[in-house]
Design a protein around this ligand. Structure first.
Ligand SMILES: Cc1cc2nc3c(=O)[nH]c(=O)nc-3n(C[C@H](O)[C@H](O)[C@H](O)COP(=O)(O)OP(=O)(O)OC[C@H]3O[C@@H](n4cnc5c(N)ncnc54)[C@H](O)[C@@H]3O)c2cc1C
Length: 491
């Protein structure tokens, strides 16, 4: 027997995107209406439930939230929250939203399929024990985000190295911490920085090395989130950066723009750094890591093979780096793009389904998408506004370098359209905005500038997005034209 249940809104995915969707939906629902929040994971928090234990939030914690829900943590605003603190904040957000609307948590459940039904949506989902369950809902929000899972240790031929993954091996304890053998961190992104920082600060003098791929640079936290009085006049607001990027980036010059960005606002411990994936690092962290690293070798690992007097780390250019037997290899090769998602438009014909994932992205961050797109959905405007949708998954396969600038362009263009379509309170309640680091007068000036200029710059942004779509042959455009082009391509 299949049980049938009903609700007003069903949200699949209890991560940051899902909770922002829940926050936004709660602004339109009555106290007696019901939201079902469904997730495969056993608790609320999305990828933060499974991510490595020594992760730290890379932005000041206040701006990592659902809507404008304030943290209860009694810490300095610049404090970088730990995994447990982030998960506690997720629980707090849910408790706050529950004061406005009924929320049923269906955790440990999977979404299976959905079909149109009687002006709403009929969702089939599966319980942890494998039973199917039907949920009839007015609106369905699939907040899958980037589909981030856990990383396994790297598979290598050598039996003389210890290959581990941060998700299953805490650098701060256990065998790796008790040992003195050399560590090779494979990768140079955020996980590599967290790992290097944890190892270097806890094991001074231990040999910690990095096989850094093409190198990664980060936005300098000191430039974007300065401390104390600097907040009044120093630093760079994210909206100002996004404005400058929108003038510089034309869809063809990502390497030039990356150089510009790195020279002015970048930081990182390696001399070469080709990648920029929107991570944030402080100058102090960068210095600590640079000073604590024994070697930073550029190149991508292909295999580790036993040699006479050690182990060779074989690189993709054919070179090899000899390391002592017994060395640790830590898989910090990143999570982005590890899961392939099927194509799905961000909404259906009647706007009763919203899908937040990488194939039909409308913003740079999924949290923003959860927040703004749900507002549009609840206002019945999802189908009315010609938002650009970009296939980020395909773009990542074609060019990692263009990704961050494409994401900024996409968000700036679509936020301009949304600003003209929603009440001003929607923007006022968006606590995700990095400009909130700055005092009221700077935030207000930035917001007014955006409102004055966004219409004038939209043709240029659209041209940049069209250029990206054509150059990399990825879906990029207003949803209707993307769907038409897909239908033509499919014959
Ligand atoms: C190592 C690492 C560190 C990061 N650090 C930061 C940081 O410091 N600051 C920051 O802003 N961002 C950071 N990020 C980015 C981070 O991913 C986002 O901030 C955010 O947490 C993503 O939220 P999300 O809801 O989009 O996705 P997720 O957290 O992945 O949540 C999606 C949820 O959907 C569920 N789901 C998907 N499909 C189904 C289905 N069919 N049935 C049921 N449930 C389903 C999943 O189980 C998952 O729980 C980091 C990412 C990584 C990998």
């Amino acid at each position: 027997m299949t049980t049938v249940d009903s609700c007003d809104v069903c949200i699949v995915g209890a991560g940051l995107a899902g909770l922002n969707a829940l926050f936004a939906a709660s602004r339109y629902l009555r106290a007696d209406q019901k939201v079902v929040l469904l997730d495969r994971r056993p608790r609320v928090g999305g990828m933060w439930v499974d991510v490595y234990p020594y992760v730290r939030l890379h932005q000041p914690h206040g701006m990592f939230t659902a809507g404008n829900i304030a943290w209860t943590l009694d810490r300095d605003p610049g404090y970088l929250a730990t995994k447990d603190e982030v998960l506690d904040h997720f629980a707090h957000c849910l408790a706050q939203i529950r004061q406005r609307v009924q929320v049923e948590e269906w955790l440990g459940w999977s979404y299976v399929s959905d079909t149109a039904h009687d002006g709403g949506v009929r969702v089939v989902c599966r319980t942890g024990s494998g039973d199917d369950h039907v949920l009839e809902t007015g609106r369905l929000i699939k907040a899958y985000g980037f589909g981030i899972g856990t990383n396994d240790p790297l598979q290598v031929s050598s039996t003389r190295v210890r290959s581990v993954s941060p998700d299953f091996c805490d650098m701060r304890g256990g065998e790796i911490a008790a040992d003195t053998a050399a560590v090779w961190i494979i990768g140079s992104g955020k996980t590599a920085m967290d790992t290097a920082h944890a190892l270097i600060t806890r094991n001074p003098g231990r040999e910690i090395n990095m096989l850094a791929g093409s190198g990664t640079f980060f936005s300098s936290r000191d430039r974007f989130f300065p401390d104390g009085a600097q907040r009044w006049w120093g630093g760079k607001t994210l909206s100002a950066l996004s404005g400058e990027l929108s003038h510089l980036f034309d869809g063809t010059n990502e390497h030039e723009v990356a150089r510009w960005m790195r020279e002015r606002f970048g930081t990182g411990p390696t001399a070469r750094a080709d990648n920029f994936l929107l991570g944030v690092l402080s100058e102090a962290e960068s210095r600590t890591i640079a000073a604590g690293l024994g070697e930073a070798v550029m190149g991508h690992l292909v295999d580790a093979v036993d040699a006479d007097d050690g182990v060779d780390l074989v690189l993709d250019d054919g070179a090899a780096k000899r390391v002592p037997a017994g060395s640790w290899l830590v898989n910090c090769t990143g999570y982005l793009g590890n899961t392939e998602q099927p194509y799905e438009p961000y909404t259906n014909d009647d706007g009763t389904v919203l899908s937040i994932q990488t194939r039909s992205a409308t913003m740079h961050f999924t949290s923003y998408e959860g927040y703004f797109m749900t507002h549009l959905m609840m206002l019945d405007k999802l189908r009315d506004i010609p938002l650009y949708a970009l296939d980020l998954q395909e773009l990542l396969h074609r060019s990692k370098a263009v990704m961050p600038f494409a994401m900024f362009t996409l968000a700036r263009y679509n936020l301009g359209l949304i600003a003209d379509a929603v009440p001003v309170g929607v923007f006022n309640e968006c606590g995700l905005d990095f400009d909130r680091w700055y005092p009221w007068h700077r935030r207000t000036a930035a917001a007014l500038w955006f409102m004055r200029t966004h219409r004038g710059e939209s043709a240029g942004l659209r041209h940049t997005l069209d250029t990206i779509g054509e150059r990399f042959e990825v879906r990029c455009g207003p949803l209707d034209s993307v769907l038409r082009a897909s239908a033509v391509a499919a014959g």
